[in-house]
Ligand binder design. Sequence first.
Ligand code: NAD
Length: 729
Amino acid sequence: MTDFTMKTDADGVATITWDVAGKSMNVMSTAGFQLLSELVDKALADAAVKGIVITSAKKDFAGGMDLNVIAQMRAGGAQAIFDGVMAMHGVLRKIELAGMDPKTRKGGKPIAAALPGTALGIGLELPLSCHRIFAADNPKARIGLPEIMVGIFPGAGGTTRLTRKMGAMMAAPFLLEGKLSDPKAAKSAGLIDEVVAPEDLLSAAKAWVLAAKDADLVKPWDDKGYRMPGGAPYHPAGFMTFLGANAMVLGKTQGVYPAAKALLAAVYEGALVPFDAALRIEARHFTSVLMNPSSEAMIRSLFINKEALDKGANRPDVPDQTVKKLGVLGAGMMGAGIAHVAALAGIEVVLIDSTQEAADRGRAHSEAILDKGIARKKVTPEKKAEVLARITATTDYAALKGVDLIVEAVFEDPRVKAEVTKKAEAAAGAEMIYATNTSTLPISSLAAASARPEQFIGIHFFSPVDKMMLVEIIKGKATGPRAVAKALDFVRQIRKTPIVVNDARFFYANRCIIPYINEGIRMVAEGVEPALVENAAKLVGMPLGPLQLVDETSIDLGVKIAKATKAAMGADYPDGAVDDVLFWMADQGRIGRKSNAGFYAYSDKGERLEIWDGLAAKYPADKVQPSLADVQHRLLFAQVLEAVRALEDGVLTDIREGDVGAILGWGFAPWSGGPFSWLDMLGAGRAVDLCRGLTAQYGPRFHTPALLREMAEKGETFYGRFGAEKKAA
Ligand code: NAD
């Protein structure tokens, strides 16, 4: 174990250097923590050591806790978690008190943290226990406590220390939103103390250590008469902060994220007691969050499995397929977005449309996004020029010479798509991989227009392309491994998360989301209060209710999809009741946000107002309304049963992709970790019971899939049955 090493120089400053072997980023393990503790003990006991600097040999300080540690702690149950967390508090508190006399607060050894780059999670909680934090002036560094993003909260003293250092109000964005800052912003917020030139980092920290006085080592909260900045809960100003924070958290999370509530409780209760008692309170709430299945599922999907997919977990074993030059056909909403994200990632792009004006409009879309970035100081004018210079907007297919990947995003019309496929294949080299961004047409049938169907694949983006992080890669019947590898390497280049699915109607994401929207609309037709439908969705953690969602994606698109689906399915088509509402809305000219009129009313400026009152005139609400849980079950089962069927049908081949794809693709209740994680939490037996009830009351669309029934009989979970071997693969 060499995660930490220590060296003492002639001036008596011991430098403890963090450098986890074989990893590009330091992460804290249990053994690492133990070693750090021993080195600190040694330095504090050594008369030759005057002070300590804790730093990293890597370009960054640390990425956080090794999540396996959290998994191990969880396996031991609540007491093991609590004991483990209290042991961490012990080490960090030892650093903070630094051997000083408990009464006089004198005689401690100064300890400074020197951060060369990124410092996240425990990578900031450790520095927060030190007496002074130095960071190198490295604009790429990210400093903060992102734990809340994966369903936990800073549980190694970060919550308690940051609140006491900054006050609850100022600490809120860092704790509750996981806000990350570069070193300069972190300093002005009060997260860290000094920003120095990278080459001066260690010398500045050492100089501070050598010059520090006893008083410099005493944290405000260990001093007599400490008052929390901004006021503790029973101070008038503090009262306002906590009242506001409570409402804000509940408004944002709808109460479904246990971590946000527990964090707030830890801050509130901790503020009323002395520091060491506050750490114990933090540890108890942290334990309860770790014991909550939601945090386990969120960490698994949003961190571990997302990272595995980002790294190409299901990539075929084919040599590197990094894209050097990309062709984009169709410079409309999607094509322009795809060209933009590719150019941003450093890829040369040829953007083709049927007229020069349309092609130029596509390039201007990228320019508009970059201009917004400049206004927000996120993009420099040089960067804008660089990105735009990579996009050639043209009507000339000959410009496709030398592209190694083409993404087609022309009209959703098989004839138009076939025509451009042929033209593009004639212009580009034989090695080129050809991808279509179709949202509804089967890849295998579009591939019929190609001379090289093994090089033909679906790369399905979500709108808006620059914001949505999921990309669905679809294998047609003839798609070969190099096409899959190319698509995955491209998605990695543009830093999005891929899932790889097989070809079937609506692939994976749309297959699940359409039944969600339809269930919401069906309820309106039945006389369920639209507000109940929308709020039930939000209260179970869906970012948008089904009616708002169809307003956003547009009702005329819904009509188009419904017509095409009906034509394909014939007598089996199950959604007539939905179409009545949808078609009537379209007939009223209410086609969603883009027409400023949909299920919701909108102001002239396009702000969404309340549910449109004309809806109640046509579809009056019943006197007796269903229970909230009933509405929620309908909305959730409409989605998750489709996900299970996609797995049964072999459209999905990896439940990790099913879960990560659902959260990133359509915002499926992130607290749950995704549809499969949610079913695991519920238990297959209970899921089958609920399906039975829903089927009896609402119809065969809620029939229990055979796989789920079998799992209930055997007492299996999805991650128990499908998770392990996939993770090992
Ligand atoms: P769009 O109408 O905004 O853009 C299509 C563009 O293709 C237009 O600029 C048009 O001029 C151009 N075009 C048409 N025929 C052409 C030809 N023969 N040669 C060159 N250019 C031609 O449509 P969009 O919303 O960007 O959708 C494009 C594709 O992406 C469709 O297949 C759609 O199903 C799919 N898609 C759309 C979304 C979405 O939310 N809009 C999401 C995922 C996938």
